[in-house]
Design a binder for this molecule. Structure first.
Ligand SMILES: NC(=O)c1ccc[n+]([C@@H]2O[C@H](COP(=O)([O-])OP(=O)(O)OC[C@H]3O[C@@H](n4cnc5c(N)ncnc54)[C@H](O)[C@@H]3O)[C@@H](O)[C@H]2O)c1
Length: 276
């Protein structure tokens, strides 16, 4: 059906899309929404195969999907991901940089330069290199890049200095890339999710001394009183790719209002335990 008749309801019909980190969480939802809207999607993760997901996606009757094993911290593997995409589908219309990680609580005293460097390589340099090797193809199609950033890159987060720094840099890099690529009509945008329930969030809560309290706190951080869903993120990404044709360098906040309003942030108790 990927090459079938005219399907006006499909919002990204016959477009070729790369999604990094597409086997779980936000990335998987993005892969699904693009395939359901007629795109041919190449998705990756570090694992050897994702044959069940690949087979399911190809049986949905709209777009198509192939899985490529690719660790985005390895430049040679990124080059291969791009090569396989172009050899298979002949072009690239959209790159979605999503593969990333949030480490469990990190305080500066226990965080090494290597810890920081490793996270930079995954969350920032991985996005940069995938963009670098996809751009020669995106310029030919006047395509677009969408980077998955994070609200905490704007408002900060407790015990997460390296993560916050990588995501703030993703949002800033998006704007710089949008400026340079505008001459080729390539758009570069980002989304900034707040708390979204994914396997990553679940894993982080398992590291907490009280997972239920952490999950409740994660919901209560939003004015809307719940976490976001992966489908809500995927729909915003599809909007940027398919309809947001006058958007470049923007960052869509998907946060349920988490950044709004004053709240009690007094850390008097923590301060007194340090000084007394
Ligand atoms: N979940 C949230 O609340 C939230 C909020 C803001 C931003 N984000 C960002 O969204 C993105 C996805 O997060 P998620 O919660 O869906 O995470 P997740 O752990 O549920 O999924 C991450 C995906 O990335 C892949 N991946 C990890 N390391 C990789 C590597 N080296 N090479 C290739 N693939 C790799 C995993 O295999 C998986 O498919 C991340 O960039 C994250 O920082 C998440």
């Amino acid at each position: 059906m990927a090459s079938g008749g005219l399907k006006p309801s499909l919002r990204y019909h016959k477009k070729v899309v790369i999604v990094t980190g597409g086997t779980k969480g936000i990335g998987e939802a993005i892969v699904r929404v693009f395939v359901n809207n007629g795109a041919s999607v190449v998705f990756c993760s570090k694992e050897e195969t994702a044959s069940d997901l690949e087979a399911e996606l190809n049986s949905c009757g709209t777009g198509a999907a192939i899985y490529v094993s690719c660790d985005v911290t390895k430049e040679e593997e990124i080059k291969r991901l791009i090569d396989v995409t172009v050899k298979t589908y002949g072009k690239i219309d959209c790159l979605i940089n999503n593969a990333g990680w949030h480490p469990p609580e990190q305080i500066i005293d226990n965080t090494s330069a290597q810890d920081f460097q490793d996270l930079l390589n995954l969350n920032l340099i991985g996005y940069f290199l995938t963009a670098k090797y996809a751009l020669p193809h995106l310029r030919k199609t006047q395509g677009n890049i969408i980077n998955i950033s994070s609200l905490v890159g704007i408002i900060g987060q407790k015990h997460a200095i390296p993560y916050v720094a990588t995501k703030g840099a993703v949002t800033a890099m998006t704007k710089a890339m949008a400026i340079d690529e505008s001459q080729y009509n390539v758009r570069v945008n980002s989304i900034c999710p707040g708390n979204v329930w994914t396997p990553l969030w679940e894993e982080l809560s398992r590291h907490s001394s009280d997972p239920n309290a952490m999950i409740l706190g994660g919901k209560d951080a939003q004015l809307l009183g719940r976490m976001g869903t992966t489908e809500e993120c995927a729909n915003a990404v599809l909007f940027l790719a398919a309809e947001g044709t006058f958007c470049t360098g923007i960052d869509i906040l998907l946060t349920g209002g988490a950044e709004l309003n004053y709240a009690n942030k007094n850390q008097q108790e923590a301060r007194s335990s340090i000084y007394h």
